[in-house]
Design a protein around this ligand. Structure first.
Ligand code: SAM
Length: 255
């Protein structure tokens, strides 16, 4: 996959993409991430990327021409294939794990990072495939949203997490939250690791993990259970949780 990130603050990306799995994925050639300075596509001495809003009002608006040139440059460089152009915006489609899986299928993503009051509307109308939001709050720029989305997407690319650990057991991938995890020591702060995890019985461990995932989702995000693919056994287990909660002493087993 190739990812181009168009920004007027390229220095912000110096850290996040140079560590951990994202860095390894680049070194191993699984993804190519390029930070493109929109100012390189301006045509004035001051490298201007913003201007006053028509009609007045506070703040500045990002000019369309440098962004359009930067997008065209990334398209031309990539050659064949149609990139998906994403405009970061608090008004966009809310990013989630399903959206991350969808973007991970693309060969080429181009992110436009807004600043100030945002980007001239004609960019959205003529250049953009998706407007993407990372949540219902307003940040100062699209750089952090682009980092968040790129991190979530790149870890889904084949080979990034390694063959032994796919992304499919993570929270949301299966429609559920993941259950609790333990490592050494066996007893810490008076709390022992559940016996089943030390049993070596893989079928029992898988069953316990499934039940813990169901329990945690039921307790914290019951809305997810409405869409999650559930087996008959899952439904019986959830019914037992409901039953337990109805008992006078029940419902205090928050994970
Ligand atoms: N005036 C805009 C509005 O009310 O919708 C907000 C502009 S915001 C201060 C500047 C830029 O930050 C946006 O153009 C966008 O690129 C980015 N941004 C801010 N919050 C975001 C969010 N929740 N998700 C994605 N991008 C965001």
């Amino acid at each position: 996959m190739r990812i181009d990130i168009l920004t007027i603050m390229p220095g912000m990306f110096d850290g996040p993409f140079r560590h951990g799995m994202l860095w390894k994925a680049q070194v191993r050639g699984l993804v190519e991430i390029r930070i493109v300075d929109i100012r390189d596509f301006t045509d004035d001495r001051h490298r201007t990327t913003d201007d006053y809003p028509f009609g007045g009002g506070p703040g500045m608006v990002m000019k369309p021409e440098p962004i359009a040139r930067a997008v065209a440059h990334c398209r031309d460089e990539a050659g064949e294939g149609r990139p998906r152009v994403l405009l970061t915006s608090p008004q966009g489609r809310r990013f989630d794990q399903a959206y991350a899986f969808e973007l991970a299928k693309e060969a080429h993503l181009i992110f436009i990072c807004g600043r100030y009051e945002g980007v001239d509307e004609r960019v959205r109308l003529t250049l953009v495939d998706d407007e993407i939001s990372i949540g219902d709050y307003v940040l100062t720029g699209g750089e952090l949203p682009a980092m968040v989305v790129v991190d979530a997407v790149v870890r889904l690319l084949p080979g990034v997490l390694g063959a032994e650990r796919g992304p499919y057991e993570d929270s949301f991938a299966s429609g559920l939250l993941e259950g609790p995890q333990y490592t050494r020591p066996r007893v810490w702060n008076g709390l022992a690791v559940p016996d089943v995890l030390l049993s070596g019985n893989h079928a029992e461990i898988a069953r316990w993990r499934r039940q813990m995932a169901l329990r945690r989702t039921w307790e914290r995000r019951p809305d997810l259970l409405e869409k999650a693919p559930l087996t008959e056994e899952d439904r019986r287990f959830l019914a037992s949780l409901e039953e337990e909660a109805r008992r006078p002493s029940g419902g205090d087993g928050m994970l």
